[in-house]
Design a protein around this ligand. Sequence first.
Ligand code: NAD
Length: 360
Amino acid sequence: MEKFNIAVLPGDGIGPEIVAEAVRVLKAIGKKFKADFILKEAPVGGASIDAHGVPLTDEVLKLALGSDAVLLGAVGGPKWEGLDYSIRPERALLALRKELGLFANLRPARIYKVLIDASTLKPEVIEGVDLMVVRELTGGLYFGTPKGVEKLPDGTERGVNTMVYTTPEIERIAKVGFEVARKRRKKLLSVDKANVLETTELWRKVVTRMGKDYPDVELSHMYVDNCSMQLIRNPKQFDVIVTENTFGDILSDEASMLTGSIGMLPSASLGSTKNRAMYEPIHGSAPDIAGKGIANPIATILSVAMMLNYSFDMTEAASLIEKAVESVLDKGLRTADIYQPGTKKVTCREMGEAILGEMK
Ligand code: NAD
């Protein structure tokens, strides 16, 4: 039986409620597919500040580094908002990303037919949308140097950020893009601004060269301004989009909002080896509904499906979860955030139960 070590970090707010359901799904998969998931749970974010005074202890970092994958709920909340930035709950996420070397962020946006009305776009535009944004996470404008704001002799100020990418940085993210496309509909779009930014001219050159190693993947290129427009105009044209950090930050938010339901969207952040990966819902800790048992666990459950797909190569198990989610939605079950008259409102636990039921 294959063994997988998983660090489970529920975090704050609704984190513990949604992660509990995802863990139940993971355990059921372990039984059904004869995989030994060894789960170790630990506090992170505000929960860790309360227990240990810091958002991420060395011990929890060690646990994450020694695991095959990390499952995270969400961190943060009003209780910790007055703290210094250096020890805020969100620092835990940044530290985990850095220490695990997570350079690729994968965010799928998929429309469920029955939730089509949750989107602000017309049904005919979004029906059938199923795309993935692969964003570079550790380079580009957010990290490049020189950076900062300096005072000028005339009393005004000058702000500088630097968009910088090296060939190896582009190669490793493009590789993720090509490989994700291979697991999907085999179409990869690389997004840049090669007509204006030299950095992304290099980006386009490197991605084009790499395309020759992936003859089975159909590669195309688009400028970021056009891509942003096309996402609203005709999002069905996209399969996998790979892009640099800043463009990816913006495009992935835009893409996820096509679906209109934040409680449904999972994400994965991957590093350079198979055992460097973190899976989490894209939403935050939702302090407004924490502890009420009404949060939507689907984003976290689908994050488990991504873990099975990308970390453990258990594609059949991943698709079992995805199909189960689709079935419960088809049957009219809804948590409060996606409720519409005529459907059945269920709690976080009931949604988890129903998905487990479908998996049998
Ligand atoms: P949020 O995503 O927590 O909530 C936004 C809105 O969506 C809220 O009304 C919330 O109730 C709702 N919502 C979110 N997830 C839901 C779910 N699963 N089911 C039902 N409803 C859901 O964003 P926010 O309110 O801006 O931030 C709250 C806290 O979360 C802050 O402290 C913020 O820093 C933190 N945060 C953490 C992460 C993370 O851990 N990755 C990401 C974003 C925000």
